[in-house]
Design a protein around this ligand. Structure first.
Ligand code: 4AD
Ligand code: MG
Length: 442
């Protein structure tokens, strides 16, 4: 008998196969037993009849408990009414491990706190299965895309002596008596990397001590930082647009069953693969939001409004309006990081050559990127002005001291991207074991 996985069944119709996995549900009429079975690759129903099964095996079925690990043998049949399209006509059955009888997940409707208190078990359920498989696909697409574009993977350290982004969001670690920080982004190291390799990316966990409890923020997330020598900000955005289109196309091509399980309406995803993304400056975006009455909670449209960061509501409103990804360019330098290249606009506002990419359908900011300041003197002054410890940044300033080049880069948040593509309400669904302000277990 052929041992197989559920994902192999389309090629095995009419054959008898052996599958190993877990019994996630079952019901019995006393004579017929319907076993709901999963093996990691998919789900299928096996139907056993008492008359056709040795008595000892029927007894094992009779004593079965949810989430026991089992061996199922049976004849593969096409079954158009089944969600999988297949069914097994059971011929033999074995238990590998009889589960304890109190499996807690799935017997009734649970709240999210309960599900995430039991994440180790909850991840066996169908929604996490679909979401985390899409996560895997997104990860793989990004890796493929960068290799096709001539990048090399350049891993950056997680324990770092300096901060890359907002210093209020650092996690401190006692590093043999000195303070180290958990990486917020590998960017500064990637900038050193391009001086040796031209185009590099990293992909790893980064950490943000986010004091806010939102459905868009994790304390531990996975970020891909890309950095490119001799790229200006326009080339940077063009690359990001190609990458996002590629990711979405791959998910649409390869993850149809998962999108169906999640009941994801794919109209906007299909559309953006073919259409150019929207590009607005920060000033234009603020003006449109004001003129079209899309901002809530703002009473006076003074400098604070015009020079402020984009709020969650504003990002969501822009995504809703265009129903496409939106690049917001040229933020006021004051709300952005120290390493961005600046310019002064006609109104005298100091701005950064940067863009955030906002995903539609409440996706929010999925990418932050910019052209980097390449002048040693300007960058050094900015580090000093911000009160950062210059001595810790000396290695980084070497990139501007020995053969500085115009360069650009960006970081994409894996979970923000997966949350948008899967349309999950909360970002915690998009990572196997989420770390949030109020959760670091299990
Ligand atoms: O915009 P951010 O902070 O940019 C950087 O860290 C740059 N150094 C990246 C670079 O240029 N190489 O973060 C990049 C992305 C965001 O757009 C968002 O998708 C994600 O990382 N991100 C978070 N995702 C979930 N939870 C959080 N707390 C996040 N903070 C950032
Ligand atoms: Mg950002």
């Amino acid at each position: 008998m052929q041992s197989a996985y559920i994902s192999d069944l389309p090629g095995l119709i009419g054959q008898e196969v052996e599958l190993k996995g877990w019994a996630y549900n079952f019901r019995s009429s006393g004579k017929i037993f319907f076993l709901q079975f999963r093996d990691g690759t998919g789900r299928v129903q096996a139907v056993y009849t008492a008359a056709d099964l040795p008595e000892a095996e029927w007894k094992k079925l009779d004593g079965l408990r949810i989430e026991s690990s089992v061996i199922v043998r049976g004849l593969v049949k096409a079954e158009p009414r089944a969600p999988s399209g297949y069914e097994l006509q059971g011929t033999s059955f074995d238990v590998i491990h009889l589960a304890s009888e109190d499996y807690p997940v799935g017997k009734k409707e649970h709240g999210p706190e309960f599900l995430f208190d039991n994440r180790d078990l909850y991840l066996r359920s169908q929604t996490p299965w679909a979401v985390l498989r899409i996560r895997d696909r997104v990860f793989f697409s990004i890796e493929q895309f960068f290799h096709e574009e001539g990048f090399i993977r350049f891993d950056t350290p997680i324990l770092q002596p300096t901060s890359c982004e907002d210093t209020t969001q650092l996690f401190n670690v006692d590093y043999y008596g000195e303070t180290a920080y958990l990486s917020q982004s590998g960017q500064l190291y990637s900038e050193a990397g391009i001086m040796g390799f031209g185009k590099v990316y990293d992909f790893g966990p980064v950490f943000r001590a986010e004091k806010s409890k939102t459905r868009h923020h994790l304390s531990e997330l996975w970020m891909m930082d890309a950095e490119m020598a001799f790229f200006d900000q326009k080339m940077n955005m063009d690359l990001q647009e190609r990458m996002v289109k590629r990711i979405v196309k791959d998910v649409l091509d390869q993850c149809r069953p998962e999108l169906k399980i999640l009941e994801r309406d794919t109209a906007i995803l299909e559309r953006l693969v073919a259409e150019p993304f929207v590009r607005l400056t920060h000033a234009e975006a603020k003006r449109i939001l004001k003129e079209e009455g899309l901002v809530t909670g703002v009473k006076t449209f003074d400098d604070t409004y015009w020079q402020d960061d984009m709020s969650t509501e504003e990002e969501i409103a822009l995504g809703e309006k265009y129903k496409l990804p939106v690049f917001i360019e040229d933020y006021p330098a004051a709300v952005k990081s120290f390493y961005m290249k600046r310019f002064t606009d006609e109104a005298g506002v100091l701005r950064a050559h940067c863009a955030d990419l906002i995903a539609p359908e409440e996706g929010r900011e999925i990418i932050g990127g910019s052209q980097r300041e390449e002048s040693y003197d300007v960058l050094r002054k900015e580090i000093v002005d911000r009160g950062y410890p210059l001595v810790q940044y000396e290695w980084y300033l070497n990139t501007r001291k020995y053969g500085s080049v115009p360069h650009s880069g960006f970081g994409i948040g894996l979970e923000r991207t997966v949350r948008w593509i899967t349309s999950m309400h909360h970002i915690r669904e998009t990572i196997p074991f989420p770390r949030l302000l109020n959760r670091m277990a299990p």
